[in-house]
Design a protein around this ligand. Sequence first.
Ligand SMILES: Nc1nc2c(c(=O)[nH]1)N[C@H]1C(S)=C(S)[C@@H](COP(=O)(O)OP(=O)(O)OC[C@H]3O[C@@H](n4cnc5c(=O)[nH]c(N)nc54)[C@H](O)[C@@H]3O)O[C@H]1N2
Ligand SMILES: Nc1nc2c(c(=O)[nH]1)N[C@H]1C(S)=C(S)[C@@H](COP(=O)(O)OP(=O)(O)OC[C@H]3O[C@@H](n4cnc5c(=O)[nH]c(N)nc54)[C@H](O)[C@@H]3O)O[C@H]1N2
Ligand SMILES: [Mo]
Length: 754
Amino acid sequence: MDKLQRMIKGKIPGEATGIEVRKSICTICDPQTQCGLDCYVKDGRIIKVEGSRENPHSEGTLCAKGAAQRQWVYHEDRLRTPLRRVGPRGSGEFVPISWSEALDTVVENLNRLKAESGPESVIFYCGYPKQMRPFVQRLAFLFGSPNYCTESSTCFTAMAMAWRLVYGQMAGPDLAHTKLLLVWTGNPLWSGTPNARRLMDAKERGVKFVVVDPRKSPIAGLADLHLQLRPGTDGALALAMANVIIKEGLYDRGFVAEWTRGFDEYRIYVAGFSPERAEEITGVPVELIRQAAVMYATAKPAAMMPSSTPLVHHTNGVQNQRAAAMLVGLTGNFDVPGGNVPQALAWLEVPGGGFPARDHAFKMPRQWSEMPPRVGAERFPVWTEMIDQGQAMDLVRHITTGDPYPLRGFVGFGLNYRMFPGSPRFLEALDKLDFICLVDLFATDTTKYADIVLPACSSVERSEVRAYPQKHIIATEPVIAPLGQSRSDTDIIFGLAQKLGLPYQDYDGVSSNGGTPPPELGGFLPDGSPEFSAAFEAAMDWILEPSGMTMAELKKHPAGMPVPNPIPVSYRKYEKNGFPTPSGKMEFVSSITEKYTDREGIDGLPVYREPRLSPVSTPETAARYPLVLGTGTRLPMFIHSRMFRVPWTRSLRREAMVDLNPADAAKYGVVQGDLVELSTPEGSIRVRANVTHLAAPGVAHMYHDYPEADVNSLLSPDYLDPISGFPGFKASLCAVRKVSEAAPDFDLPQEVAR
Ligand SMILES: Nc1nc2c(c(=O)[nH]1)N[C@H]1C(S)=C(S)[C@@H](COP(=O)(O)OP(=O)(O)OC[C@H]3O[C@@H](n4cnc5c(=O)[nH]c(N)nc54)[C@H](O)[C@@H]3O)O[C@H]1N2
Ligand SMILES: Nc1nc2c(c(=O)[nH]1)N[C@H]1C(S)=C(S)[C@@H](COP(=O)(O)OP(=O)(O)OC[C@H]3O[C@@H](n4cnc5c(=O)[nH]c(N)nc54)[C@H](O)[C@@H]3O)O[C@H]1N2
Ligand SMILES: [Mo]
């Protein structure tokens, strides 16, 4: 091998080898975690990826998923052309068609449904991918449909709602200045690796960790105090901590007197939650509850770390999250250095990197009052009052009953039907629709149900803008050409908008009544033209204008740049402006939820209720289904439906597994790797047993979205929190039974038993 060949083999960039390092971002995860990506490109192909050192968030690291980037980008399941369905729905029989035929078909159908049943009969939806959301929302509203729904109907929003009910805003932990971190909850060691490193640094600085988690999770392994509660009983634990804090006079009297609403009712309610009572409910020993309460209230400052989901994936989720969040204000840790500090949101709702922008105006070219009620409006009034989206958990009911009006069309960007509790029921509802267009990277079990499938490209094949909490912003450009005929989601949206004749270019609210878009916005270029990106850039320029940033300037900094005019961090902002709640105060009794107390499960106070299925609330069911079932607790190598097909990540856990505590395994005569039937009143699946001390006795955990073992087929579509509409993914009931079968013929990965 000569020197040049060796250099090429070593993937050494430079003119001689023709290998170029191009900057991008990994979007296998969410905007809050997306790591910087260095793509080594030769002859138009990515031959290697590395973490980008210049990215201040990920600092050169990639997780297992990001490292498998090339297997994701070049996977054989990638969609490469638009497709038209020729066989029955679900059969997967499609023929390739041209982009113009595909877009024409979609537009004809949307216009037909609009004429026959009104624009509200069409649902516009985004799954976990976020980069296209503002564009899809705008498309929906300009089309005239209020039915813009997303995966946020199961993720993050309920947590944000709870904080907003209490403080009018979210407030994250000020980790850099705190003395104690109350992890309630989240496990970034597996679910958000850039933040994991910051937690380890904090630990090394001597920050104390109190962790509330039913599992002996990796983060619980860092805890000075681990409160291992029964899933879904967080509200009772929080109320008992408040009980101790108030009784022992450890609360911030000044703040409470001046800045809160409803403290007297709260104090009386909390008095009923002695640590003794809470031990009975949660299983956490009285002494640990007391100790945690005193540690948190006296650390000064102490911060609470919330997560987007485990606390709110319950039928009593928002109330649990409210009860926990209230401890922050009660102890005087709200909006103080080292406490929980509200921060301005940046593009795509990333907290902490905030700068002035016009994303809200972009997303909301029409007001709700100008459109018919959206999905979930009647059933989830608190959600509807607070959140600028429909609640997708009402889709099954709404589609099936046609009440209050028929839903007939669906345009989905990244729809995964297994995301929904009662997933088979979601699929049945989907199949009732008249027309379905799905946009995805991959041919999936869900795209089999579409009438038209459109191929999207991945982040390395498109332009993106991403902001980071470190007040850093990056505008990427494609590092390789889109595979096959795939296009960026935004190009697809612009293409649809153009053919629908929507006044899409009309950013300032002056109706241009469709027609030809002005050339300064890049226009809507002819089919197949790669220049749609000009329209994306024009839109971003308009959105970013108040910040002083332009796409032209951003593109001069391929690795990103510091935000020029970030909104400065400041503390005790309420002293100037009050709280952005209806009363202007922190609300122990919510002025919003108290309007809906005629509804079951909604109260002004953070009332504790058992999960709707639990050993306490449904003992008869528990007699047949004795284990608490938690689903979807994150694994480091998988992310929702995305990584099962990727060989490197799949090899880390080849088969679907349910985590069982060794005591439970022994009870059911199960050993590691045994095939078991996991069942609930809704159905059953077959999976392998993973016997591990991570799981608490009496609690089984099953990861979601496995194509061959869909745990969401075991939940009812109506197992929902009445305040947020969020599913009770983290606490229901199940049974486990060994089924005989020869042992698997490969080595099963063993969890590290502690
Ligand atoms: N049982 C249970 N269920 C759960 C959860 C749980 O904990 N337990 N968690 C819930 C939560 S928090 C979440 S966030 C959801 C996950 O939400 P889902 O939307 O189910 O997430 P994914 O499966 O990651 O992505 C959906 C689709 O997007 C496609 N996709 C990826 N990138 C792109 C892109 O750039 N463009 C387009 N057009 N498509 C793309 C993927 O191929 C995939 O088909 O699941 C929820 N469901
Ligand atoms: N590798 C990977 N990373 C991910 C994802 C992924 O699928 N894979 N998904 C992304 C998404 S969409 C989200 S929403 C986040 C979620 O991010 P995290 O919240 O960090 O993830 P989880 O593992 O679901 O939950 C964290 C901890 O909550 C605990 N928990 C479960 N039930 C309860 C409960 O009832 N009460 C309390 N107090 N704790 C409970 C679990 O045992 C777990 O250790 O992760 C994101 N990051
Ligand atoms: Mo999520």
